[in-house]
Ligand binder design. Structure first.
Ligand SMILES: Nc1nc2c(ncn2[C@@H]2O[C@H](COP(=O)(O)OP(=O)(O)OP(=O)(O)O)[C@@H](O)[C@H]2O)c(=O)[nH]1
Length: 661
């Protein structure tokens, strides 16, 4: 299993204060549901102050009660049916939906994001109800928020994420998560899982969220709750894709989904009924949440067709994975589409004699459905067919992602220039005049096979590039981390500090929130080095850093900026609070006894504190003021916290430095 999420990175993002978070009534609901003892009456009162949430809550409660039970009509009843954890997560999800319907990331489709999150929620609810992996209400909330990391990246980095989404659309061989890793040092899946964990969801929920878009990497124990939930998420995601796909792609997407559903123990009819229910609920919920929706697919017939196609061929072939497919050395998978059984027979004979595997369809419509499922390398199709003729079929194929790569050989009665131009413009690759002459057909098949092979080689090269890009992204990330980390203490280094404090300066301007910083300098450190040697000096530095780390508040960021110098960035902090923090750090180091394997050493620090004020033009002015504070602390005898701002209470107690005990 890959390493868990880098929570440090998440904490850094959280510290910006820009992560999507609940507001208003939702925030009050969340706080109440987290309290040790919450009265249902109080909770219901708060909920009732938001009529929109009341409607959504009651609808959600009715979605999870059994058909035999009387409908839920009141907030109190809904609370009882759903339970506090589900109410909390729903408040969270709906609040985010209300606040983040739009945003500044141009490449991010906010409306589609929420439509698909809603579909995930409903699919999760219906699937979990049938598979009994988790309670349906919890499944709904989890589905709604399972991809919240995407929204968060769009919110945190509107320009960069927009560019990155465009890049991943233009170069499908580049995986979005690799690009995210490269640019932001974490993926949307990692961010989703970290945010859910931060909101109090248990690990058994957050881990499947982390892996459901690359389930092969999860490595959960078979039969365990995590694995069950993971499969629910995978199935729900696939159903969401089907609902949002174009009609032609829906048919192609269904067979593998059906297969997964069967593997999870869902009977075909039961699965079809579940899908129909998701579609119905989607329409209702979309109206309630004022989200766009299109007519859901006719799931009943989609499932039936998928199953029938699989049965007809005994077992539907897996969709072609370009990487896994061996290069076409000898035979290709060729589909013949012709209304005349005699012509199909003749073509099958010729093709099989040339070593190809043949699949047949009797008309254009059937050919289309089968092609998307079987994914032939080549199609030989007749121009003149009832229902959907060859030209329409080529156009329909070329309009789908999967059909775009199939080599199409069109059979035509006449070799008329106008008609041939029309055929090529529709997307045909070559033509053969009927009646088919075997030698000519074979020659054209060989020409087509060359193109198919070249395409496959290209695909392989792309996959190698993708693989290479992924490895490069990981290496880059490691290098980037190394470049920004101080090896001795593990703290971020000076380069990182400069960048980070700039960012915090900008955030403090935007949010009109205070920003403080502290400069810390070890007292008499040179003396320690001189008396005990450099190695002991390193031990002192390391253990002092550990003591500082422990004493630091969660939102503060500490970096090592020089030999025995550190900076602490304190977002959203006034001078008084920063002075208190500085004092806590000073006390922590003063209390430390450094174990060196030889002498046990004591040491102290001098701390300079500053807060951003109106006189400061830029971040350098803030650092300079903190530096003046540190100088003052040294001047006044060391082991002090001092500031050049504020009145009176600008320094605290003193102690001794660098003494062996
Ligand atoms: N062991 C060790 N020493 C270092 C490292 N980097 C810098 N130093 C030493 O840290 C000492 C810094 O001393 P100063 O800050 O100039 O002076 P000080 O003795 O701490 O005195 P005051 O700051 O005035 O209290 C120098 O002797 C540097 O050689 C390091 O990575 N490891």
């Amino acid at each position: 299993m890959p390493p868990p999420i880098d929570m440090n990175r998440f904490e850094q993002l959280k510290a910006t204060g820009d992560l999507p978070s609940p507001r208003g009534v939702a925030l009050a609901i969340i706080r109440l549901t987290q309290a040790e003892e919450v009265s249902m009456a109080e909770l219901a009162r708060v909920i009732k102050s938001d009529p929109a949430f009341v409607g959504r809550l009651i609808k959600a409660a009715n979605g999870v009660v059994s058909f035999h039970r009387r409908a839920v009509v009141s907030v109190q009843e809904a609370l009882m049916v759903l339970g506090l954890p589900a109410v909390r997560t729903m408040a969270l999800g709906f609040s985010l939906l209300s606040s983040y319907r739009k945003g500044g990331c141009v490449g991010f489709d906010y409306a589609r994001f929420w439509s698909s999150s809603l579909l995930m929620a409903l699919s999760m609810q219906v699937v979990a109800q049938r598979l009994r992996v988790i309670a349906a209400d919890e499944a709904f909330s989890l589905g709604l928020l399972a991809r919240v990391g995407e929204l968060a990246l769009a919110t945190l980095y509107p320009t960069d994420y927009g560019r990155l989404l465009l890049e991943s659309q233009r170069f499908p061989e580049l995986r979005l998560s690799d690009l995210e890793q490269q640019s932001f040092a974490l993926t949307h899946n990692e961010l989703s899982a970290a945010m859910l964990a931060d909101w109090g969801l248990p690990v058994v929920f957050t881990e499947p969220v982390l892996y459901f878009e690359q389930a092969e990497r999860a490595g959960f124990a078979a039969g365990g709750r995590e694995e069950g939930l993971l499969q629910c998420l995978v199935l729900s995601r696939a159903l969401t894709e089907i609902c949002l796909a174009s009609e032609v792609d829906q048919a192609a997407l269904m067979p593998p989904v059906l297969k997964l559903a069967t593997r999870l123990g869902l009977g075909r009819d039961d699965f079809a009924a579940a899908c129909e229910r998701i579609g119905r609920e989607w329409l209702e919920w979309s109206k309630l949440l004022q989200l766009e929706s299109v007519a859901p697919p006719a799931f009943g017939s989609l499932v039936q067709k998928g199953a029938a196609a699989a049965q007809a061929r005994n077992e539907a072939p897996q969709p072609v994975q370009p990487v896994a497919t061996p290069l076409v050395e000898s035979g290709m998978r060729v589909m013949v589409v012709d209304a005349e059984p005699a012509v199909r027979r003749e073509l099958r004979g010729l093709l099989e004699a040339a070593g190809h595997l043949v699949v047949e369809a009797g008309n254009g419509r059937e050919g289309m459905e089968l092609a998307l499922e079987v994914q032939p390398h080549m199609m030989v199709l007749d121009w003149a067919m009832p229902e959907m003729d060859g030209l329409e079929l080529v156009r329909a194929l070329r309009a789908t992602k999967m059909g775009r790569g199939i080599y199409v050989l069109l059979l035509t009665q006449v070799e008329d220039d106008e008609r041939l131009v029309e055929a090529f413009e529709a997307g045909a690759d070559d033509f053969v005049v009927k009646p088919v002459r075997p030698r000519v057909l074979n020659a054209r098949l060989r020409a087509g096979q060359r193109v198919v092979r070249l395409q496959q080689e290209l695909e392989r090269d792309r996959e190698e590039i993708r693989h290479f890009a992924a490895e490069l992204a990981i290496t880059n990330r490691r290098l980037q981390e190394a470049a920004l980390t101080d090896a001795l203490t593990g703290f971020p280094n000076r380069r990182y500090a400069i960048d980070r404090i700039q960012q915090e300066w900008i955030a403090s301007t935007r949010n009109r929130r205070p920003l403080s910083c502290m400069l810390i300098d070890l007292d008499g450190f040179k003396q320690i080095n001189d008396s005990h040697g450099h190695d002991v000096g390193d031990m002192v530095l390391r253990q002092a850093a550990d003591a500082l780390r422990v004493a630091l508040r969660g939102q503060d960021v500490i970096c090592r900026t020089g030999g025995d110098e550190f900076i602490v960035i304190c977002p959203d902090t006034e001078l008084d609070a920063a002075m208190v923090c500085g004092e806590r750090l000073r006390e922590a180091v003063e209390a430390l006894v450094v174990e060196t394997g030889g002498p046990r050493l004591k040491l102290t620090i001098s701390v300079g504190v500053a807060v951003r004020d109106a006189s400061m033009e830029d971040v350098d002015a803030l650092i300079k003021r903190a530096d003046q504070g540190a100088y003052k602390a040294k001047q006044r005898g060391r082991n002090l916290v001092a500031s050049m701002q504020g009145a009176g209470s600008d320094e605290s107690s003193a102690g001794t430095a660098g003494l062996a005990v």
